[in-house]
Design a protein around this ligand. Structure first.
Ligand code: IDP
Ligand code: MG
Length: 138
């Protein structure tokens, strides 16, 4: 793949731990460029709509509640193969299963409070970027 964009969210557990800078550095060190950044606390409506693809999953309610417990840092990362590069930096969903040296292995608390979100496909990346940064999607 060529130049791509992906959406990243540093989740409430990680902002609370004061590791925003450390996580953003990993993106930059991997060659991903931050082209938009926003820090905010998500409303239940925003979190619910953002994670609507998971509505049918048993953890949906817990996930939406958790995502509103504190500020998050939402960013658009751009670079070569950005979607897969970011997923690789993140590590597995369950931090206990995440490879050594990944963001989740180093900073996540649990399978729910797992430090970061990253788009998983080009289609979802486009939708997620549009959701938080509509001005980038014209
Ligand atoms: P991903 O973030 O690695 O792409 P997904 O399967 O898309 O993982 O799940 C979205 C988010 O839902 C996860 O990042 C995590 O916060 C939460 N989650 C996933 N599986 C579970 C679970 O089994 N229990 C509680 N929360 C979960
Ligand atoms: Mg996912």
């Amino acid at each position: 793949m060529g130049l791509e964009r992906t959406l990243s969210i540093i989740k409430p557990d990680a902002t609370k731990k004061n590791v925003i800078g450390k996580i953003l550095s990993r993106f930059e060190e991997a060659g991903l460029k931050l082209i938009a950044v926003s820090m905010k606390t998500l409303s239940p409506e925003e979190a619910g709509e953002f994670y609507a693809v998971h509505r049918a999953r048993p953890f949906y309610g817990e996930l939406v509640d958790y995502m509103t417990t504190g500020p998050v840092v939402i960013s658009v990362l751009e670079g070569h193969d950005a979607i897969a590069t970011n997923r690789k930096l993140m590590g597995a969903t369950d931090p206990k299963k995440a490879d050594k040296g990944t963001i989740r292995a180093d900073f996540a608390e649990s399978i729910n409070a797992n430090a970061v979100h990253g788009s998983d496909s080009a289609e979802n990346a486009a939708n997620e970027i549009k959701f938080f940064f509509p001005e980038l999607s014209r």
